[in-house]
Design a protein around this ligand. Sequence first.
Ligand code: NAD
Length: 481
Amino acid sequence: MTALRDDFRLYIDGAFVTGGASFESLDPSTGQPWAVMPAATADDVNRAVEAAHRAFEAPEWANLTATARGKLLTRLGDLVAAHAQELAELETRDTGKIIRETRAQIGYVGEYYRYFGGLADKVEGSHLPVDKPDMEAWLRREPIGVVAALVPWNSQLFLSAVKLGPALAAGCTVVLKASEEGPAPLLAFARLVHEAGFPPGVVNIITGFGEECGKTLTAHKLVSRVAFTGGPATARHVVRNTAENLAFTTLELGGKSPVLVFADADLESAANAVVAGIFAASGQSCVAGSRLFVEESVREKLLAILIGKARRIRIGDPQDPATEMGPLSTARQLAHIEQVIAASLAAGATLITGGQRAEGFDAGNYYAPTILACAGNEVPCAAEELFGPVLSVISFEGEADALAKANDSPFGLAAGVFTRDLTRAHRLIRKLRAGIVWVNTYRAVSPIVPFGGYGLSGLGREGGAESIRDYTRTKSVWLRT
Ligand code: NAD
């Protein structure tokens, strides 16, 4: 047996350190351990937050100009781009997400840091024209303080860029907690943060378990801002934790995103988007288009195209650039999907394709691309966020029926609409309960466009210029002249 890799470290106060605990990380394509990861205990978390608090006040950071902070972020973006292949391979190894996808997504990550670097010197205060001739009043915009950033296992580099980017541009300091499932890419990214030249303590990167590391971090009295991405159940814990410090909190949570395909749509292009929407990342994506609503008159035609595409997906080794779908991240996740599919069939769903572990894999967490027909949103596979390659298909008759069915979910992250009738698209854009609406496309992202959900999908927005405001607070100043 080859020795486990053991060179991953926590990054606290500018130094690479072992944590008070450790755990073995499994390779999802084999189910076998491949590395020993450090795990931050409560003591490690306290040290990281205290370092961030000291760094926030220290002249090396507090007196740095916004332009200089922007240059550091731009340098970090360049370093991410230069190390993209290495980071992508690590993310693929530790999470099972295929190399094609990790490589493409890390391409964006560099862009996000450069985008926020460019915004650092555009965070402006304002003059307030008060009705008092002997007074001047204005608003200063100041960094909010120490930020606790927490990310889930999927897309960790990407999801941390939308937190670190605006936080550092605003002048905050950060303790970033990588998920305990697949922390390798973020622990490796810490070396790039170090190389970029941020002063010690400005960025601290740790990993560890939710109950100890996550809880200590989000409840810490020196934390002023929590930026969390993960599941709604964990978010409730986070909100309870912040009852201690009353930190300003944003939550990016799960989804059960609807994709509406009308009879007048370009069905081939809609089918491509539906397949990419649900089977990319093996469905383990917050914006996965997991509920397909199709107009009854084109149901059979669209399903025939979808079945062909789903069955042709190349499943395999996530490190192989030819692979189109890899394993699920954990065996626990695979078992959960099996259980929900069984419950959905018992509740009357009809299996169209898949519905079992992928054939030809003795090891690893491989599940076949699966399509189920459901009578309505109450069937378990259509109701629950599965985080797996499972598409629930529901038919509709006309626009009002489509809208009512699409909105019938406590989630509201994203929605897709496929139609050639743009007046109809506009009516739906107005009425869909979702933080993102994609029309005749699905999954487009950009650092310029905010991201976030309605309802149980979250609170607040990430990305875009306005997101920097959530890392600042205003100070109102009065001056008698
Ligand atoms: P998760 O909620 O289990 O974990 C997220 C993070 O919270 C991890 O770092 C975990 O260690 C930490 N955590 C766990 N318990 C905690 C506690 N008690 N206190 C503080 N922190 C704690 O999420 P996951 O299973 O890793 O990821 C999947 C979920 O993330 C899905 O619901 C998915 O939709 C969501 N997600 C949302 C977005 C978005 O932008 N909206 C993006 C990606 C993933």
